[in-house]
Each structure stands twice: as C-alpha cells, then as structure tokens.
Design a protein around this ligand. Structure first.
Ligand SMILES: [Zn+2]
Length: 384
C-alpha cells in the first residue's frame, strides 16, 4: 500500500471506529498519577498493545509510581530517531468513572483523561500499527509513555531528556489548543516556598519581645508580586499562605507557596535570582526560600518555528489548516525543547474541558490527527 493509501485508510470511517473503541478501553481503566496499582494495570494493557506490533518494548520499572514504557521501531540506522511522547496518568482520582463514565454524545466522546491524553496514546498506537509497522519509515521511531506528567514528571524527566538528546525531533501528543492549534511555546513553571521565622511573644504582656513572622511575610508578598511582568509573560501567584498559632501570640512562623510562570529562560533566571535575594524588612526575622523551576520554558526557537512550518505544509496536503499558539501550562515538551531538540506539541486530539468535568474530544479529530502524525513521521525533513 502506498502512502496515500495508508492515509486514506486511517481517515476512513473504519479507522475512526477502531480508534474510538481502543480509546474507550483506555478511558475505562482509571490511572491517577499517584496510584501505582491502577497505573500498572493500564501500563500492562498498553505494553501488550505495543508488544503486538513489531517494536522492541521495554518496561522501565518505577517503584515510586507507574512504570514507564519505551518502544523502539526500526528505521535506517544512520538516521537519528524521532521521539513520540505521551503520558498515561491523569489528574482524576479513582472512582471518577462512576460519576463521569465514558460516553459518546453526537460527535463528542466524554470521560476522565480522554483528552489529556488518552486520545493521544490512541493516535500513536494506531499510527504505529497501520503505518510504522507496514511501510518503510525514514528514521527509527521511539515511543515513550510515562506515568507522572500530571505531577511534574519527577521520575520520568531524566529518561525523557536522555532519549530526546539522541533524537532528531520530538512530537508530543498532548491535546491541541482549544481551537485545534499546535503548541510551539509553553511557559516555564516554577514552584517556590518562602518560610519566615520571627519570634513568639505574648501579644498583651510582652509585645515588644515579639517579631511577627506574619507581618514580615506580608512585606515579602508585596515584593514578590512586584516581580510580575505581564508584558513579558511573567506571572507570580502567592497561592497559599500559612502562619501563626493563636490570636494572642505574636507569630513565630509563616510561609507562602508561590507559583511562577515565565516565557523565557532569562525571565526564569531573573525571578529565581530575585526570590533567592529577598532579605528581611523586620529586624531579627529570617527568610528561607526553597524550590525552583520544575519545567523550563519551551521557547519558540527558529528550529521549532521551522518544524512547525513543515508541519503546516504537510497538513495542508491533507486538507488541514494548521495554526500554532502558546500556553501558560507546561508539559514534557518543555524539557525536550529546552535541550534544543526541535519539538512540536499539541498534536493530540481536539476537544475541550481538560481537567474539568466536561472533558471531551471531537471524535473526528482522531482519524484527522492520526493521518497528520503518520504524514509527519513519513515526510518531516530534519537533519541528521
Ligand atoms: Zn497532558
């Protein structure tokens, strides 16, 4: 079968129903990020699916969460592989299916994790089965399914980075932006914690001996908010504060948790430096800043822009009008892009409601995005 024949097969109604059926099986196996037994059940299903194909499948054991899955499909050995990334954990706790079962309504399918990103996993496996295993591909194809993206990828980051360093480019099957746009830029994500130590005292008997950690924290919060720069896309949110014991004690301790989003590495460095440099306003108090950036920004580099332009043209050949956009949310694309490896994200299903009760996909986007992924794997030109 030729290239066009394969794409037609994927886009025909048979492909649509086949993908919807395998997607329903993934959604019906709940997989919260911190639930190893649930994750391992879904991992077995995915591993069996990959083992049925021609790739070599490796289960990367992870005793702190679900195991990661790596499958390698052969191609010309002198070419660097393409890396496809997906995560099989979701933000949904076990039991959500009782409330929000998998269901189809008109042209949409609903269910926890269906958009983010079990549809992406389905698209990948469908393309592996119907294209990668059936015709020569221009380079080896590596596929990594991880178990902890929704909690910041603590156990998979090193693996993702070491694989990406060996690859020519990375395609991430996270959901598309709301209107179908691909993601060529993502903000970096930082999480910091500020602890303030003051001195406790009876607020009525010896207030002069006290050093209020809460008053000091209040000073610092205003300084922290002043670091925000909306024009460059840098935002800071003091999202949680804690402190004090009872109303008649000058509080000895207070703390704040800060979420930071930045569009560039330069801004990440500016903010990290400024937070570390915070000094106390109130005499005899102490500050301790911990934390850092868990995901570097995915900046729209010239290489990413060029990869998108190729994808746009390839999509045009399929009758798709691809556009691009950015998001304040992070994904594993942040890691690979920050290494300088050309990365496209948002290649997964179109839909809406990720992380919300109305999470859904547009069913027609399954064959559409599968055809796109297949065409990208066959036709993207990236050296070496
Ligand atoms: Zn996701």
């Amino acid at each position: 079968m030729n290239r066009q024949g394969v794409l037609n097969l994927i886009r025909g109604s048979g492909g649509r129903e086949e993908m919807l059926d395998s997607l329903s099986r993934l959604v019906r196996l709940e997989s919260p990020s911190r639930d190893k037994p649930a994750l391992d059940t879904l991992r077995s299903l995915l591993a069996n699916r990959l083992c049925d194909l021609d790739g070599s499948v490796e289960v990367i054991a992870n005793d702190q969460g679900g195991d990661h899955l790596l499958a390698r499909f052969p191609g010309p050995p002198d070419r660097k592989p393409a890396l496809l990334l997906g995560h099989y954990d979701t933000v949904w706790p076990r039991g959500t299916l009782d409330r929000l079962p998998f269901r189809v309504e008109g042209d949409r399918a609903f269910g926890p994790g269906i958009l983010d990103m079990k549809a992406g996993l389905t698209i990948i496996t469908h393309v592996l089965e119907h294209v990668v295993c059936r015709m020569p591909v221009p380079r080896p194809i590596w596929v990594l399914f991880t178990s902890d993206e929704e909690i910041g990828s603590p156990t998979s980051r090193g693996l993702i980075e070491s694989l990406a360093r060996q690859c020519a480019y990375v395609l991430v099957l996270e959901p598309a932006l709301a209107d179908g746009r691909l993601k060529t830029a993502r903000k970096g994500v930082g999480r910091f914690r500020l602890e303030v130590e003051g001195r406790a005292a009876h607020s009525g008997v010896a207030p002069q001996d006290g050093r209020s950690a809460i008053v000091e924290l209040a000073h610092q919060i205003l300084r922290i908010q002043d670091l925000q720069d909306l024009a460059t896309g840098t935002t800071l949110n003091v999202g949680v504060i804690q402190g004090g014991t009872t109303a008649n004690v000058v509080p000895a301790r207070a703390s704040a948790e800060i979420d930071v989003r930045v569009a560039s590495l330069a801004e990440a460095e500016r903010i990290a430096g400024a937070l570390q440099a915070l000094g106390p306003v109130t005499p005899d108090t102490r500050l301790d800043v911990s934390g850092g950036f868990t995901r570097p920004p995915m900046e729209r580099s010239p290489a990413i822009a060029a990869l998108f332009e190729q994808a746009r043209q390839i999509g045009h050949g399929l009758g798709l009008d691809l556009t691009e956009g950015s998001t304040g949310g992070g994904s594993d694309a942040n890691f690979t892009a920050a290494l300088g490896v050309p990365t496209l994200d948002g290649l997964g299903a179109r839909g809406g409601g990720a992380h919300a009760d109305d999470e859904h996909i547009l069913i027609d986007s399954l064959p559409e995005r599968a055809a796109l992924l297949a065409a990208l794997l066959l036709e993207l030109q990236v050296e070496p």
